[in-house]
Design a protein around this ligand. Structure first.
Ligand code: DAT
Ligand code: MG
Length: 134
């Protein structure tokens, strides 16, 4: 069964949207098979976001992503990676369709509530990064 790494960002927790976001994942028919709340540090963010670590907005991302706890999850189901990307919505808040999590709840490009792996290969790398062998 395909699995993906999902992470509810600090704004999801601060805005008390965790329950509603998790409901959307469950409503879709996907299974949450692991979940934990923890805090990120700059070192792991430089790994996780290595593709944007040289962008001018990266320090803001670090500040935001370390501003409070996140909730990491493993989500499983057929085509879990793409199914989750679809319900999350586009990265840019103005491009995220209404009905998607970001389209309905996010109003900036940085604070966009939720991370979902972009490929099956990256999903396995991210699951290992945040959950170890599981
Ligand atoms: P995604 O989270 O949709 O996979 P990404 O991997 O390209 O997007 O970027 C990771 C995060 O970095 C993204 O969720 C929010 C932030 N980000 C990306 N582009 C940004 C931008 N132009 N301005 C501010 N934050 C940005
Ligand atoms: Mg990404």
């Amino acid at each position: 069964m395909e699995r993906t790494y999902i992470m509810l960002k600090p704004d999801s927790v601060k805005r008390r949207l965790v329950g509603r976001i998790i409901s959307r994942i469950e409503d879709k028919g996907l299974n949450i098979t692991a979940m934990k709340m923890f805090k990120l540090d700059e070192k792991i963010l430089k790994e996780h976001y290595s593709h944007i670590a040289d962008q001018p907005f990266f320090p803001e991302i670090v500040k935001f992503m370390t501003s409070g706890p996140v909730i990491g999850m493993i989500v499983e189901g057929p085509s879990a990676v793409q199914q989750m990307r679809n319900i999350i919505g586009a990265t840019r808040c103005l491009d995220a369709d209404a009905g998607s999590i970001r389209g309905d709840f996010a109003f900036t490009n940085g604070e966009n509530l939720i991370h979902g792996s972009d490929t099956v290969e990256n999903a396995e790398i991210e699951i290992k990064r945040f959950f170890g062998k599981i």
